[in-house]
Design a protein around this ligand. Structure first.
Ligand SMILES: N[C@@H](CCC(=O)N[C@@H](CS)C(=O)NCC(=O)O)C(=O)O
Length: 290
């Protein structure tokens, strides 16, 4: 089943497509936005790389499409941006709308193994086995063999986790204020506990601080920005990017976590958009575009 194009909006010389499709993985209708840069519309253009951007808790595909400002850099370098949703919606699972940090808007990019979540909350398989292949099929001038990954907060964790597990699929990884050690913070413990149960060995299969030890890809840096005025970082200890720097020691990525603490920035899209240029330049290099 293909995409329905709900809207096609001109933006920074390219077009933002608001798409939806029926997912056989989540058994729901899924929304996804795709930004096609100006190069996509040029006669005889070659296949364009893809930046997969994963959003944080409560987001739909629209938050980053409207407020992160990837578009000028997507046009500068010539890559598309794919903005998936953060969970299935309307799965009708009891309790999915009870809190903002679990269930709807908080799929944690994993495959739930526990009832009643395991039928629908399967964002890991959805992204890798359904969404990316469908993008490749429907947009033949996008190159699904040249994908980089980036994300914010829960999506920053998602980007780290997906990259560390699948270096054959993703060229490069960066994150804004990621939940770097989910087994060790309230947000992660709540979601891992409900979706995966109490077996910590299952949690380790998704925690970047565990996965980094078994990373099998090329030795490249991972770029992370973290604002020092982010309350989820300094007050609530939900993010803990330093734990990933520590975990990298004596791992294949020893010394390659490029954590940039940026003074005075909070957790919002004002922070993200301030450093999007750096992240796009970083990924463009590994996409072969600079
Ligand atoms: N709803 C939460 C905040 C959730 C939040 O900050 N979500 C971040 C990701 S973790 C986000 O991107 N929010 C949407 C936005 O800023 O557009 C609260 O009330 O504290």
């Amino acid at each position: 089943m293909g995409f329905t194009v709900d809207q096609s909006i001109k933006s920074f010389d390219g077009r933002l497509l608001k798409l939806s499709h029926k997912s056989e993985v989540t058994h729901t209708e899924m929304a996804v936005n795709v930004y096609l840069p100006q190069q996509y519309f040029a006669e005889g253009s070659k296949k364009l790389p893809i930046l997969l951007y994963l959003s944080g808790l409560t987001c739909t595909p629209n938050n980053a499409s409207e407020k992160a400002f990837f578009q000028p850099y997507a046009n500068k370098y010539g890559f598309a941006v794919v903005y998936p949703d953060t969970s299935p919606r309307g799965a009708n699972v009891a309790g999915e709308d009870d809190s903002w940090d679990f269930g709807t808007g908080a799929g944690f990019y994993l495959d739930a193994t526990e009832e009643p979540w395991s039928k629908n909350y399967r964002m890991y398989t959805y992204l890798l086995k359904e969404l990316l292949p469908l993008i490749g099929k429907e947009y033949e001038r996008l190159d699904t063999t040249n994908i980089s990954i980036c994300g914010h907060s829960m999506g920053g964790y998602g980007a780290l986790m997906l990259y560390l597990k699948n270096p054959d699929i993703f060229n490069s990884c960066s994150a804004f204020a990621p939940i770097a050690n989910p087994s060790n913070c309230q947000w992660g413990q709540k979601c891992f506990g409900n979706y995966l149960g109490s077996d910590k060995a299952k949690w380790a299969q998704y925690d970047p601080c565990e996965l980094i030890h078994n990373f099998k890809g090329e030795k490249k840096p991972i770029l992370i920005h973290q604002g020092t005025a982010d309350n989820f970082y300094r007050r609530d200890h939900q993010l803990q990017p330093e734990n990933l720097v520590k975990a990298a020691k004596n791992s294949p990525l020893d010394g390659l976590i490029d954590l940039k603490l940026v003074d005075g920035y909070d957790h919002s899209y004002y922070f993200i958009s301030s450093f999007v240029a750096d992240h796009c330049a970083f990924h463009a290099k590994y996409m072969g575009l600079d």
